[in-house]
Design a protein around this ligand. Structure first.
Ligand SMILES: Nc1ncnc2c1ncn2[C@@H]1O[C@H](COP(=O)(O)OP(=O)(O)OP(=O)(O)O)[C@@H](O)[C@H]1O
Length: 466
């Protein structure tokens, strides 16, 4: 996965350690020890993720310097995702950074796996937020379904009720969660997103509830949990359907008692968060007690919001196409072009199995690759994305080459609809499509099976127009 990451920290040793760790994964990782160099660095290009120390001058621990830099970063036309770093387990400061637009925070010294997970998630979330120009994504759509959805959000948002958002991958569940938070009484607080599907069971409690220094081998400093950091705001528990049952029990206890006990602490801490959760699991699966605890479900789903797939609101397709084509034309400084009538017709008839995310990626592809005076259907890369053919396309891939043997995907060696195209690209695409089909579109499970992060999988979905 390649990405431009900047580490802004006055401690050169810390910055270099992070650079060495991250360079292997993201390729382009720069360090900056003196914040005075930031404007010049930004003039050469804005990073996708910034790891931002909050204190620079020795002895200064109030975070004011870091928060001012955060404002500078957030003011960029295409702002980076910012992960605040502090050597002090200072929850109010972390909360302030989150309120001012940092997407996450991490305490030093960090755990390597946690740092990488934080950067991966920052990249994935940045992609979601970039959907709207200027960094404030808007839930677009004027179909009846979208108008009803927006009315529901407007009536539910001002209440304190927990909301569960259901829908297929890429329909806009996170945007719905952000819209609810933005219209709620907690809007001045932070909306902290946690990818429950990517949270290892071993660190679940520490991530959500925090820990005290020395409470286990790696607990080198106090750490605030997500529940404490989101105090006064909302906690967005994404991919909730992928939580192991043991973790579900712990979450249930916290929600029932309205308090959490950091690992190693002797007293519980009260919590003040509104929970918005989301899953792409089908409702029947959610009601299966071997998958999801009924008592937890009833805590979370006071209000259920179902986001319909794009194929059930095709009227929204032209508006979304227009929005994303314009967005990418501006971003890539490409000429403004219109869609040919036949392209529009085909795009309207397309089933969009990857929903709005897939449409967005298709628009980006068309803007970059389209050569004609108008956009043609081929520019959108959808012909190859006949996702209904996914299992058959996978069948064209030799098991070893696709690495699917361990994924348990049924594979035969025969040339089929993939047109016998055994380029690496075609093999990768088929492997991804087959794995997604195997897990009913569940990104977390597919990414785990393929051995890549969710963020990397999202990028590949975009690349292949899946
Ligand atoms: N109604 C919409 N208007 C504009 N953009 C949208 C809309 N719905 C989704 N998008 C864009 O599509 C992408 C996917 O949206 P989002 O991440 O909210 O989906 P999701 O349902 O949470 O996906 P996943 O289940 O895979 O996490 C984002 O880039 C988002 O900005």
């Amino acid at each position: 996965m390649s990405a431009y990451v900047l580490i802004l920290d006055d401690d050169a040793d810390v910055a270099t350690a992070a650079q060495l760790l991250l360079r292997r994964r993201y390729g382009h990782v720069a360090t900056l020890n003196d914040p005075a160099g930031l404007p010049a660095l930004l003039a050469r290009g804005v990073p996708e993720v910034v790891l931002l120390d909050l204190n620079f001058t020795p002895g200064c621990i109030n975070g004011a310097e870091g928060l001012a830099l955060l404002d500078v970063l957030r003011a960029q036309a295409n702002p980076p995702a910012v992960i605040a770093m502090t050597a002090y387990a200072d929850v109010p400061l972390a909360v302030e950074a989150l309120k001012r637009g940092a997407g996450d925070f991490i305490t030093k010294p960090w755990d390597n796996a946690r740092l990488i997970a934080a950067v991966d998630q920052a990249l994935a979330r940045r992609e979601a937020v970039r959907g709207g120009a200027g960094g404030s994504p808007e839930l677009m759509g004027e179909s009846r379904a979208m108008r009803e959805l927006k009315a529901l959000i407007a009536s539910v948002a001002p209440t304190e009720a927990n909301v569960m958002v259901l829908g297929e991958n890429g329909v806009g569940k996170e945007l719905v969660a952000r819209a609810i938070h933005a219209a709620s009484r907690r809007a001045a607080g932070t909306l902290l997103a946690v990818d429950m599907g990517a949270l290892p069971e071993s660190t679940f409690e520490s991530e959500l509830f925090g820990h005290r220094k020395g409470s286990f081998t790696d607990a080198k400093a106090d750490r605030a949990g997500r529940f404490q950091a989101a105090r006064g705001g909302s906690l967005f528990l994404d991919e909730i359907g992928n939580m192991p049952l043991a973790a579900q029990a712990k979450l249930l206890t916290a929600l029932e008692r309205r308090e959490v006990t950091p690992i190693g602490a002797d007293k519980p801490e009260s919590i003040d968060v509104r929970i918005i959760s989301a899953t792409n699991l089908e409702e029947a699966r959610l009601f299966d007690p071997s998958v999801f605890r009924a008592d937890l479900l009833f805590r979370l789903n006071t209000i259920v919001i179902r986001v319909p797939p794009l194929r059930e609101r095709r009227e929204d397709v032209p508006l979304l196409l227009q929005h994303y084509l314009k967005l990418y034309e501006a971003q890539y400084e490409r000429p403004v072009r219109s869609l040919s009538a036949s392209a529009m017709d085909a795009l309207l008839r397309h089933d969009w199995p990857g929903n709005v995310r897939a449409l967005r990626h298709a628009c980006e592809r068309a803007v970059i690759l389209g050569q004609g005076a108008e956009y043609a259907i081929n520019d959108f890369g959808l012909a190859a994305a006949a996702v209904a053919d996914m299992p058959r396309a996978a069948a064209a891939v030799p098991a070893a080459a696709a690495g699917l043997a361990s994924a348990g995907v049924g594979v035969e060696s025969r040339a089929t609809d993939a047109g016998g195209d055994l380029t690496l690209d075609a093999i990768e695409r088929a492997a991804i499509a087959a794995t997604l089909a195997q897990f009913n579109g569940n990104i977390s499970h597919a990414a785990k099976t393929l051995g890549i992060s969710r963020a990397a999988l999202y990028r590949k979905l975009g690349k292949h127009g899946i």
